[in-house]
Write a protein that binds this ligand. Structure first.
Ligand code: GNR
Ligand code: NI
Length: 185
């Protein structure tokens, strides 16, 4: 099991449309193991394979609270087959956009079709955090990020901050410390 690097915006690979999984083989099992190791270490409640640079339609998730036993979930080729008309708003974050949080409005409930690690099909009725997280992860495998659901101005500000930080090779939280002094005062 290996912890892999998580891609950060503006990495273009985060905009790829991931390919469907064709079979559960040893390589896929290693990918899923690595995704859990990476997700738990981050820590995050969900991860899409593209976030570690693998453009396959694979999602891991664990929504168990800290004081509860782990509940690892795997979704292969997940697809939203129904969305509720009513919406809910949740403050979202993303491991590919570290330390940025914003409210996102999405359908309050979804029905998701997916395959498990035995390649057996399932349908899951989700609401609450599970519905939000599934939509966030299914967005990832379609090259969509949660900032695509916020205002254009907020998105532009986030993109600018992370693009500047990437050029300096530091995290956005530290980037301001590298500003040349002529930017101050
Ligand atoms: O860890 C995560 N938390 C989170 C919070 C609200 C809505 C979605 C998420 S998913 C995120 C991990 C991540 O980036 N998954 O792609
Ligand atoms: Ni994310």
């Amino acid at each position: 099991m290996a912890i892999r690097d998580i891609l950060i915006i503006p990495d273009k690979r985060l905009r790829l449309i991931s390919e469907p999984v064709k079979a559960v083989d040893a390589a896929l099992r290693t990918l899923v193991d690595d995704m859990f190791a990476t997700m738990y270490e981050a820590p995050g409640i969900g991860l899409a394979a593209i976030q570690i640079g693998v453009a396959q339609r694979v999602v891991t998730m664990d929504l168990a609270k800290k004081d509860e036993p782990p509940e690892p979930l795997v979704f292969l080729n997940p697809e939203i087959v129904w969305s509720a008309d009513d919406t809910s708003t949740y403050e979202e974050g993303c491991l590919s956009i570290p330390e940025y949080y914003e409210e996102v409005e999405r359908p309050a409930a979804v029905k998701v079709k997916y395959l498990d690690m035995d390649f057996k099909p399932h349908e899951l009725d989700a609401e609450g955090l599970l519905a939000t997280c599934l939509q966030h992860e299914i967005d990832h495998i379609n090259g969509v990020l949660f900032i695509d659901h916020i205002s254009k101005l907020k998105r532009a500000m986030v993109m600018k901050k992370f693009t500047k930080a990437a050029k300096k090779g530091v995290s956005p939280a530290l980037a301001k410390d590298k500003e040349p002094s002529h930017h101050i005062g």
